[in-house]
Each structure stands twice: as structure tokens, then as C-alpha cells.
Design a protein around this ligand. Structure first.
Ligand code: SF4
Length: 251
């Protein structure tokens, strides 16, 4: 009985390993096709620093890109160094970031963040996160109020090149339709899947290209399967016996 159970376990493990290999291979092929469509996406740090990126993230909540960029620019003009902002008079930050909306709440979050960074690292700089294991840096950022898994992964991938795969709404949808992400996975599970599945050397490029593909072609409603460069790889392609749309995402 025990011998038979072990045999079954081995067969099951072999099946899982083969399925994972096939999905990894599929991720490589998706990357190659999207790269031809949207380009190579060489990596380079996006923000002036990790703390800049984090403040920018706070400012971008519940407002447009244009408003959050303006709020960030005004904040940096008024307080060129983060220590200046930390020592600002009450209302100083709030006034500077007003174009970004809900400025009182955001100002309080920024002040709290600056205090915390100073307490944890002795200065207004998050550079020590570059020395941490990616998972430890992820956990640190996710412990900050208002910072979720996607935001933390974006900051660490875009600013430090840590091998993490951020999953936003576009990646989740496209990944499910392609069969890379299980249909019933939520955002947290999808992050784990994509972190493990996508080779580190293509995480940055594939993330950006999946986001662009989700915006332009594999849209939530009426995906443009007829002109999609992933048609031949996609089990959900309309016109190929697939079921792109909500049904495909629930499988
Ligand atoms: S074939 Fe259709 S469902 Fe599949 S990735 Fe392309 S647009 Fe999306």
C-alpha cells in the first residue's frame, strides 16, 4: 500500500513538474512574441531614488498621472531634500501637494513615511533595501501603510532591478487568458505564480510588454484576437475555438 502511494506521489510530482516546465516555456515564447511587437525594454532606474518612488506612489493614489506628477514636482521644488520636508512646518507639505488631491491625508502619510525611514535607516534614504534579499525588501515595503504587493514589486523591480514580477489588472487578465496564471488565482496568488514562473532575466521586459498588450490588444472587453501576436499561443483566442473574456478568466 505504502509502495503504491509513493508511486502515485512520484507520478503526481512528475506531472506537476512537467506542467510547470511547459508553462515556463510558454512564458518564454510569449516574451519573444511581445518583444517583437513592443521592443526590448532595457532596464534603467525610473525614479530619483526608492524614497522618491514611494512618495510618488502615495501621491498617485486616487488621482490622474498629470496631477500626481505636478504634486511631486511642487513638493520637490519646495523641499529639495527629504530632510527639509520632514522638518517642514505643519501644512507645508499639504500646501505643496494640493494639486494631487486629498492632500491632508497624503501629507500625513508622507510625514509618517519619512519618520519611519529615518528611524529604520538613520537617514532619509532607502538605499539599504538594495542590500536586502528581494523578499525581505518586499516585506519591508509591504509593511508600510498604503503599500501593497504590486506597488512594492514595481518599486523594487523598476528602481533596483530586483527579480520580482508585479501583477496589475492587465497582467492578471492577459496571464489568465494565456493560461500562465490559473483562472481562479487572486492577485496575491498570481504574484507567487509569476515570480516562480517567469525567468529573472525577462521579468522586467515581460511585465511591461504584458501591460502594454493588455491596454492595446488583449483588452478586458472585446479583446482584439484577430490582430494579436499571441494568437497561436493562446488557448482563449477567439476564432480558434477559444473563449477570451470572462469565461476564460474563470477557468
Ligand atoms: S489571442 Fe485574444 S485572448 Fe489571447 S492574448 Fe491575444 S487578444 Fe488576448
Amino acid at each position: 500500500m505504502l509502495v503504491r502511494d509513493l508511486g502515485e506521489e512520484e507520478r503526481e510530482e512528475g506531472h506537476v513538474a512537467r506542467a510547470n516546465r511547459a508553462r515556463r516555456e510558454c512564458a518564454r515564447r510569449v516574451d519573444a512574441s511581445l518583444r517583437r511587437c513592443y521592443g526590448d525594454r532595457p532596464w534603467g532606474p525610473r525614479f530619483g531614488g526608492l524614497l522618491d518612488g514611494l512618495v510618488h506612489t502615495i501621491l498617485s493614489q486616487n488621482t490622474s498621472d498629470a496631477n500626481s506628477h505636478l504634486a511631486f514636482r511642487r513638493l520637490k521644488e519646495r523641499f529639495p531634500r527629504w530632510e527639509d520636508a520632514a522638518m517642514a512646518e505643519s501644512g507645508g507639505i499639504e500646501e505643496a501637494i494640493r494639486p494631487g488631491g486629498i492632500s491632508r491625508v497624503k501629507a500625513a502619510r508622507i510625514t509618517e513615511l519619512l519618520e519611519r525611514v529615518r528611524r529604520d535607516f538613520g537617514s532619509y534614504c532607502l538605499a539599504p533595501l538594495a542590500e536586502m534579499e528581494p523578499r525581505a525588501a518586499l516585506a519591508y515595503l509591504m509593511d508600510i501603510p498604503g503599500v501593497g504587493r504590486k506597488t512594492a514589486a514595481v518599486l523594487l523591480l523598476f528602481q533596483l532591478g530586483h527579480p520580482l514580477f508585479p501583477v496589475d489588472t492587465h497582467v492578471l487578465r492577459v496571464g489568465k487568458r494565456l493560461g500562465l496564471i490559473p483562472g481562479r488565482a487572486g492577485p496575491a496568488g498570481a504574484h507567487e505564480v509569476m515570480d516562480a514562473l517567469v525567468p529573472d532575466d525577462i521579468k522586467y521586459r515581460l511585465h511591461l510588454n504584458m501591460v502594454e498588450h493588455g491596454r492595446k490588444v488583449c483588452r478586458a472587453r472585446r479583446p482584439r484576437c484577430g490582430e494579436c501576436c499571441l494568437r497561436c499561443l493562446c488557448p482563449s483566442a477567439q476564432g480558434h475555438g477559444g473563449v477570451a473574456g470572462e469565461d476564460a478568466e474563470k477557468r
